[in-house]
Design a binder for this molecule. Structure first.
Ligand SMILES: [Zn+2]
Length: 384
């Protein structure tokens, strides 16, 4: 241990899906991180929330939202269409889809998170994908600057996790950099909580076990940081919470029951909590709207509301009509998954289970209320 400590380190630990309601009634680093705030989330999945945290921008501005959007002219997936002629029992197996996703990612040089999920191969040539680039590097955004652009431009020495790696490996990499005492800012990325909450739900004792594990790990990070820095500032933030599923909705079957032709009359993509529609023939919009108005468990989001949520996109990029399910209602099957699960997010930000958290050992330099404010907090902490 050196006698000369560096003056200050600011660390932001991102724990995916560590919602305000997930923490409620649980003890988690209370002594170490006494400053605790609820943050309002941004409407969308992590593919929308994380870009908002990294840029301080709303989805309308950074143009990251749900992964797939209708764009036959720019679709890079035409070569995959023939897979639609193969038996679904073969090409729709999880492992086969994962393998094809990896091959596509490599062939096109995508550096972002890329998953084909369950988009049907016979329709895949109608869609484009919004996260082709790694978000966690300078220039990673579809539009706007992220925190890494600012850090790099200002020449601040920083650490950022590799989101492709495990939590254990990300912790080890951060500790190695802390021991050097050279970095001034760090962003640690932890994704396993989200997967666990989807699987077991927020009420499970396995969530307590996971929190206890984070607590042990982060105490060790704090201890190590204090060895090498005079002042250690730690913030834990999340992107959203997790609602518990109580109802399944087979929206796809209901829409298909109208007898309209997918691709000719309309195009749809079904996320876990949303149906998103584009219309190509007169009358399709009216018929689908009429149906959706009767479907219990969700509602069509009016344009004014999408605008308030920052999800009104130029050219209706992510859908001309957005149907959102009520908290706890899961669209199954969807293009995101075919199996029912216990927890889901991507509901309306007004729902308490959507709220994210911010925990820290110091008062935040700004007054964060929304997850986009984490960006401003990071800039203030890094002095960029
Ligand atoms: Zn998730």
């Amino acid at each position: 241990m050196s006698d000369h400590k560096a003056p200050k380190i600011s660390m932001v630990v991102f724990i995916d899906a560590l919602g305000w309601e997930v923490l409620k009634g649980r003890r988690f680093l209370e002594a170490q991180l006494p400053v605790r705030r609820k943050l309002r989330s941004v409407f969308g999945f992590s593919s929308a929330c994380i870009p908002s945290i990294l840029t301080g921008l709303l989805p309308r501005e950074h143009r990251h939202w749900s992964f797939f959007y209708y764009s036959p002219k720019t679709s890079p997936f035409r070569p995959l269409k023939p897979l639609g002629f193969l038996p679904k029992s073969l090409v729709d197996r999880g492992r086969v889809r994962n393998l094809i996703s990896k091959l596509v990612k490599r062939a096109y040089g995508y550096t972002g998170y890329f998953q084909l999920y369950n988009i049907p191969f016979d329709q895949i040539d109608k869609f484009d994908y919004c996260e082709k680039q790694d978000l966690f590097v300078p220039g990673g955004m579809n539009r706007g600057k992220n925190i890494f652009d600012h850090l790099t431009q200002a020449g601040v020495p920083f650490h950022v996790s590799n989101w492709r790696e495990s939590e254990e490996s990300n912790l080890a990499a951060l500790k190695a950099d802390l021991s050097q005492g050279k970095i001034k800012f760090a962003l640690l990325y932890m994704a396993a909580m989200d997967a666990l909450l989807h699987e077991v739900g927020k009420a499970s004792p396995l969530v307590d076990d996971k929190l206890a594990w984070y607590e042990t790990q982060l105490k060790e990070v704090l201890r190590l940081a204090a060895e090498h820095y005079e002042e250690v500032r730690l913030f834990i933030c999340s992107d959203h919470g997790m609602a518990t599923i109580h109802t399944h909705l087979d929206l796809m079957r209901q829409v298909e029951g109208l007898g309209l032709v997918f691709g000719r009359d309309y195009t749809a993509t079904y996320d876990s909590t949303m149906g998103r529609f584009w219309f190509h023939q007169a009358g399709s919009r009216e018929r689908i709207t009429q149906l959706l108005e009767q479907v219990p468990g969700g509602r069509i989001l009016p344009p004014e509301e999408l605008k308030r949520l920052g999800c009104d996109f130029e050219g209706d990029q992510f859908g001309e009509l957005i149907f959102l399910t009520n908290p706890g209602v899961l669209i199954v099957p969807s293009h995101m998954g075919t199996k029912p699960i216990t927890g889901m997010h991507g509901y309306h930000p007004d729902d308490a289970d959507s709220d994210a958290s911010l925990l820290s050992n110091v008062e935040p330099p700004t007054d964060p209320k929304v997850i986009t404010d984490v960006f401003h907090l990071m800039r203030a902490e890094a002095g960029v």
